[in-house]
Structure formats: C-alpha cells, structure tokens
Design a protein around this ligand. Structure first.
Ligand code: PXL
Length: 284
C-alpha cells in the first residue's frame, strides 16, 4: 500500500507534547504517514523549554534532500525554525523540490516564553519562506508580530490577515485561541485567501494541559491537504482534530500537560491487535 505522506520539519519536544512528536501524532490520526526532519532538539518538560540544541542548517538541508529524493511527500509542514540559517536552508529546499502544499506554522515563542525563533530569523521567514506557503497558521501573538498591530477582536484578526497575506502566501489562517477579549464561549479562527474570509468556530475549552495545540492544528491541516482536500475543507478538519486532541489532553508532570491527537485511538489499535493470532514456538 502506498501511504499519503506528510513531511514535518521542526524541533523535537522531549516532553512529547508539541514539536515533531505532536506533528507525527496529528498526521497519524489523520490517516497519513509522517516523515520528520529535525531542526533542533529541545530539552523540555511540563515546565517548558529548558535548553535548545540547534541542528546545523546544512544538516537540516541534508535530511530534507535524503527524504524527498527517495520517499517524497504529498505535503510539507514547518514548525520550529530557530535561526535565519535554518529558515534559509528550508526555504531553499522547498523551492528546489517544488513543494506546492506547504503549511508554515510561524512558531516564535514557547508557552514559558522561550524563543523558538530568534528575532534575526523573522525577516528571512517573512521574505523567503512565507511567500512559498499555501497556508500560514499564526496564533494571535505571532499574527501581532507579523502584522505589526495589536489584535483584540475578530475584526482586528481580519485586518491583520490582510496585512500578513501581502507577504505572498496563498492563504493565512489566524487562530483565535489567545484572543484576550474572547471570554465568550467560542474560539473563532479566521481563514483569508486574499478575497474571502472564512470563520471557524468551536466551543472554548479552558484547560491547563494545552501544550501542542498549534503543532497539532498545522500538521492536521497539512495532512488534509496531502489527502487532496482544498484549504477551506482541510482547515475545518484540522480544527475538529485539534478540538478532539484538546478534549483528550493528558495530565503530565507537575506543570502543563499536553493535547493528544491520538488519545482514544490507541485502544482501538490495541483492540484490533487483540484479534491477531500469535504463534509462539519453543526454541532450543
Ligand atoms: O508549540 C510550538 C512548539 C513547536 N516546536 C517545539 C516546541 C514548541 C513549544 O514548546 O517545543 C519543539
């Protein structure tokens, strides 16, 4: 069987909740096969990112070449890109391999405040990577930085989407989870393709264990695109998957736990394995 493949390019999260670990769970939950290129290794637990080991840009590029030259990918998603060197290496390879279905999650800050993209890398992101994207998925703080404006309402999200869209991506999806004024029961995300807005609304679920939400969302979106859905449909499916991952979040460690895109699906797998007959033989 030939699987539908999604290549996730980003950082490893040793706590298992965000980064590449979240990406692969989300892609798997969507029925696709996940490939991974690591850009950084974080020493991370439920209290946040404690340390970061950067992977050399040349080795990031090498991983991409080796995977795409042999296996290929139906869509690519990028997450943590720490330095300008890494952003440029990734953008160069996306161009070289003619990747059309590219989701860029412009990861900037971890929850505890640790920088996952150095300020000096932001210009390269805007100039070199965002123009190659089919969809860019900022949260509110990221959209504020990219658009250079405060966002306190859905109307402001729409204004920021117009500004960000000018950087050259085909669509921008601003996620409303961080909206300050949004004390009501809804989380509204706004998709803008240069012409039309689409709003996606879900019930707000207030919980402490929400680490990994953004990675899960963008990876599920990439999986939807890989499966041949259009952007608006894939965004709707991704919103559903991330909401289910939030509902099924796990209480880990003594800090913030994580969302889990595969929660509940593992029991299902275990049940189907239970139907297999295992033959065991004694050996001398
Ligand atoms: O949620 C953004 C993110 C992406 N990638 C890695 C992370 C985080 C947040 O902590 O650790 C590796």
């Amino acid at each position: 069987m030939k699987p539908v493949k999604v290549l996730c390019i980003g950082g490893s999260d040793s706590s298992g909740g965000a980064g590449i670990q979240a990406d692969l769970k989300a892609v798997t939950a969507c029925g696709c096969y996940g490939l991974s290129v690591i850009t950084a290794v974080t020493a991370q637990n439920t209290f946040g990112v404690q340390d970061i080991l950067e992977i050399a840009p040349e080795f990031v590029a090498r991983q991409i070449d080796v995977v795409l030259n042999d296996i290929g990918a139906d869509a690519v998603k990028t997450g943590m890109l720490l330095t300008a060197g890494i952003v440029l290496a990734v953008a160069g390879k996306i161009r070289e391999h003619n990747i059309e279905k590219l989701v860029v999650d412009p990861v900037m800050l971890a929850k505890g405040g640790r920088n996952l993209m150095l300020a000096a890398a932001r210009e390269s992101l805007v100039k070199k990577l965002l123009p190659l994207a089919l969809v860019v998925t900022p949260n509110i703080p990221e959209a504020e930085k990219l658009a250079g404006m405060e966002i306190k309402s859905v109307a402001a999200m729409k204004k920021a989407a117009v500004i960000i869209h000018k950087f050259g991506m085909q669509s921008v999806l601003i996620k409303g989870g961080h909206l300050q004024s949004n004390k009501q029961k809804e989380v509204i995300d706004v998709l803008f393709n240069g012409k039309n807005y689409q709003e996606y609304s879900s019930s707000r679920i207030d919980l402490a264990d929400s680490h990994g939400t953004g990675c899960t969302y963008a990876s599920a979106l990439a999986a939807g695109l890989a499966l041949g859905k259009d952007v608006a449909t894939a965004a709707g499916l991704a919103k559903k998957l991330v909401t289910s991952a939030i509902i099924n979040s796990v209480d880990l460690g003594a800090g913030h736990g994580s969302v889990d895109a595969l929660a509940g699906k593992i029991n299902h797998l275990a049940a189907s394995c239970g139907e297999l007959t295992l033959v065991t033989r004694e050996r001398d």
